[in-house]
Design a binder for this molecule. Structure first.
Ligand code: SF4
Length: 530
């Protein structure tokens, strides 16, 4: 046993290691990246388990599923939108089941601090009909990682843990426990792992048959807690995940706090919910994310004789991250006293590329090459270069999801837009750009793809990339792009005129062309020098 100060992400990672983790896989994405950053460090020190940055989240999930098939405990982690990418194997793994414990960790980003949306991963728990955990604090994040593996092996199913940014990226003390040994190799057997319809139907009905047992397990979990105030039956609170902390803080010091139910496991602990709802007239549901619990408690037409308040009712803001002040307001309390910060004037600093970033020179050359072409559309992707949408560049017209720049440019080109240009980073290209480029190459689509090869996954802190250098050029050629229309440029101010000419030439070519802009991220260069 020891006491360590850990990030929420690190607490999950260490809990998994102490639970006998054999293999972990991830693709970087804020706020989940620190889980794998930490595991990579521990793995390098101990060489006791595999910690791998995968090419994308779907691949990461399948790699973890393979380790589980081999009987080992495996973890896969990603941000919430990464779970969309991994949704195919995730949903199917609820049917194959897990052999060695399989823990998937999805870090949600309510408030969209660095994300395209603020979806709620708890719906995936319900969608797949598997057990889920939602820690309220760092200690629970550590403890739940351990228990998740036990539960996964007990049910023979994957388990999903949902984190939120505020927990992932804050630090707190965690009491650790003795590490358990890794599982022996023991490969999966039978037809469970072959999802032919005949097998899958049987497995799905087994999954349905186990739902009541999962609910019972959730009802008995030590992570949930029901406290009823016998003297006041007017009002109660259901709080899940980190919202429970905000609630406890708000009522700290109250001699008789309202009745409450803390929920940290899914499926919902139904009997506990029923007991709270039966005890009070009005229930306030506090949850970060969507009104997931609130809607289940309310049902379609409400609970007769009861009032259910929360995000859906408008008593808590419908979107964005919960804060202690929002929770206090929902409880009818005033804001806590706060220190004025007027002595710290902060400059208004919109997000921007680092000074000297190679992407800036590519955008300048691209803008120049497109001058006078009113119909030009530039489809962007996920990475630092998304900032090319902002002044002074105003260089891209879309940013939807990983890889969409190439597929959208193809669709726009099919629809008749010209020039259709895609701008995508090397890591994002490897993640989700290869398959749409394969399609565009087969069709010789009239479009130009610019791959920004800065030799790293820069936006999330410089993780390795699979799509850089000579292998990237060979890959592009192998996908069927004509060799004479695979060009490279070096985005530097001194090369501006040459780069403009090359981009213009390739845009004028009525067919597919790929330009690779090769220059290392300056932050990575600095790290190497220091
Ligand atoms: S981290 Fe690298 S790629 Fe990102 S903005 Fe800075 S220099 Fe550019």
């Amino acid at each position: 046993m020891s006491r360590q100060i850990l990030l929420g992400d690190e607490a999950v990672a260490l809990g998994a290691v102490h639970a006998g983790l054999s293999a972990a896989y991830s693709y970087p994405g804020t706020p989940a990246s620190e889980i794998m950053e930490y595991l990579v460090r521990l793995s390098a020190e101990s060489r006791a388990f595999a910690a791998v940055w995968s090419v994308n989240e779907k691949v990461a999930y399948e790699e973890a599923l393979g380790a589980s098939f081999a009987g080992k405990r495996a973890m896969v982690s990603f941000k919430h939108v990464g779970l969309n990418v991994a949704a195919d194997p995730f949903m199917n793994s609820a049917i194959t089941g897990a052999n060695g414990g399989l823990l998937a960790v999805s870090a949600d980003d309510p408030g969209m601090h660095s994300s395209q949306n603020e979806q709620d991963s708890r719906f995936y728990v319900q969608f797949a009909q598997i057990p889920g955990f939602e820690p309220s604090d760092h200690q629970e994040a550590y403890d739940m990682a351990r228990e998740a593996f036990d539960l996964s092996e007990k049910f023979g199913l994957p388990v999903l843990m949902r984190l939120v940014t505020r927990l992932s990226h804050s630090r707190s003390a965690v009491e650790t426990r003795e590490a358990r040994p890794q599982n022996e190799l023991k490969k999966g057997t039978g037809k469970d792992w072959i999802l032919l319809p005949g097998n899958a139907r049987g497995r799905f009905s087994q999954l349905l048959d186990r739902q009541a047992e999962m609910v019972r397990c959730s009802e008995e979990s030590r992570f949930n807690r029901l406290e009823l105030n016998a003297g006041d039956r007017s009002f109660g609170v259901i709080a899940s995940g980190i919202a429970y902390n905000y609630f406890r803080e708000a009522v700290a010091g109250d001699a008789a706090p309202p009745s409450f139910l803390k929920i940290s496991t899914y499926p919902l602990p139904e009997s506990l919910v029923r007991r709270l709802v039966a005890h009070v007239d009005k229930v306030l549901v506090l949850e970060d994310g969507y009104p997931f619990i609130e809607r289940q408690v309310r049902g379609l037409f409400g609970v007769p004789g009861k009032t259910v308040l929360g995000r859906a009712s408008g008593d808590v803001p419908a979107s964005g991250e919960l804060t202690p002040d929002i929770v206090r307001r929902a409880l009818g309390l005033g804001p806590l006293p706060a220190l004025p910060v007027s002595g710290l004037p902060l400059a208004n600093r919109p997000p921007q590329l680092c000074a000297g970033c190679p992407h800036a020179d590519t955008f300048k050359a691209l803008n120049k090459a497109l001058e006078g072409r009113a119909g030009a559309s530039v489809f962007g992707d996920i990475g630092c270069y998304t900032l090319g949408a902002l002044p002074p560049f105003n260089a891209i017209n879309s940013c939807v999801c990983m890889g969409a720049s190439i597929s959208m440019a193809r669709g726009a080109s099919d629809a008749g837009l010209h020039p259709a240009v895609s701008v995508i980073g090397d890591s994002t290209f490897a993640h989700s750009g290869i398959t749409p480029l394969l399609g565009a190459a087969r069709a010789d689509a009239d479009m130009t793809v610019i791959i920004l090869d800065n030799a790293t996954t820069a936006m999330t802190g410089g993780q390795p990339t699979y799509g850089s250098g000579q292998p990237l050029l060979r890959l592009i050629e192998g996908l069927g792009v004509p060799k004479e229309h695979i060009r490279t440029i070096e985005p530097l101010p001194k090369n501006h005129e040459t780069n403009v000419r090359i981009i213009r030439d390739e845009i004028e070519h009525r067919g597919l062309s790929v330009i690779v802009a090769v220059r290392e991220c300056i932050q990575e260069q600095r790290k190497k020098r220091s």
